[in-house]
Design a protein around this ligand. Structure first.
Ligand SMILES: C[S@@+](CC[C@H](N)C(=O)[O-])C[C@H]1O[C@@H](n2cnc3c(N)ncnc32)[C@H](O)[C@@H]1O
Length: 299
């Protein structure tokens, strides 16, 4: 490993929001979960005739498998190109220290929380609670619409003393906010070991390490004994949410709350239909750009 950390290749591609999921699925097959989507601001990009309004960004570690994986991704994209428009795939070499050196401004989320990147930035934010989330390769600094909406919803739905299950914890941001808002215990799950390591670091720094338990693995593999959570958080993708509905539903307590996010508005009906089939009622819906977050409660 060089002084700049491990070497990665960043892949970027643009697609219409209707076709995000197949590409995310293809990327996920080879990129072990490091796939993010962001809505492109059309005001800056009016000259895009095909309305490729979502950018998909993925990171692949540069090891002896990389050329095989990149070829497989490129073959998959060629097949998709026959069905719908996609931009060219851009590739850029990056090092893991690029993430650690990222700079982001403090951000105020919901009514009560400010996220800062470093301990020294924890200056006076009046009566708000501050949380340090160190820049890392894991997802979740609070700047993405899907995370922001979850924190707004936590503000509304955390009453105090809850047990919380955080599916796809990333940096641990949602669990840490839950604890700051009064939850009692959190159980954090991620299939990416770097996310678990980043989250652990953030919990240690914030003084909440004794209130958390971590599980590294797929959300469908959480041990049976970990159930009856008062609140379940899942900021994932529509496909992961739909495919894992039974696992997610099986983890809430009677009348428990489920907050889901990461849903592009084009998929909203499918997601609602799946979740309403499962003895839940819809309590709230938030929308920001093309993203939607939903809150359900067990009946
Ligand atoms: C969009 S990020 C959300 C991070 C953070 N919770 C937030 O709201 O900012 C999704 C996270 O879920 C993890 N993930 C994706 N699929 C998963 C699965 N099937 N099981 C467990 N974790 C998963 C990814 O590694 C990633 O860290």
């Amino acid at each position: 490993m060089s002084e700049r950390g491990s070497k990665w290749v960043e892949l970027k591609i643009r697609v219409n929001s209707e076709y995000v999921e197949p590409i995310v699925r293809l990327f996920n097959k080879y990129l072990s979960g490091k796939v993010y989507t962001q809505v492109v601001d059309f005001k800056e990009d009016d000259n895009d005739p095909n309305h490729l309004d979502v950018e998909i960004i993925g990171y692949i570690v540069s090891d002896d498998k990389i050329s095989e994986y990149l070829t497989n991704i490129e073959v998959g994209l060629k097949l998709f190109e026959k069905i719908f428009d996609i931009s060219d795939l851009s590739k850029k070499e990056v090092f893991s220290d690029t993430w650690e050196k990222q700079k982001f401004p403090p951000i105020s989320l919901g009514n009560n929380i400010v996220i800062v990147p470093k301990e020294e930035d924890k200056v006076d934010f009046q009566d708000k609670k501050t949380l340090v989330i160190e820049p890392s390769m894991a997802f979740g600094t609070g700047h993405h619409a899907t995370t922001k909406m979850c924190i707004e919803l936590l503000d509304i739905f955390i009453e105090g003393e809850e047990s919380v299950l955080d599916l796809g914890t990333g940096t641990g941001i949602l669990s840490l906010c839950s604890l700051l808002l009064g939850a009692k215990r959190v159980f954090c799950v991620d299939n990416d070991i770097e996310a678990i390591n980043a989250a652990r670091k953030n919990f240690e720094k914030s003084g909440f390490i004794s209130e958390v338990e971590f599980f590294h693995g797929d959300l469908s593999k959480i041990p049976e004994k970990n159930k009856n959570f008062d609140l379940v958080l899942a900021n994932l993708t529509s496909n992961i949410l739909i495919e894992n509905f039974d696992h997610i539903f099986s983890k809430i307590s009677e009348n428990g709350i489920i907050i889901i996010s990461g849903i592009l508005d084009i998929r909203i009906d499918e997601v609602i239909e799946k979740f309403l089939n499962g003895h839940l009622k819809l309590l709230k819906k938030l929308k920001y750009d093309n993203w939607v977050s939903l809150v359900f409660q067990g009946l």
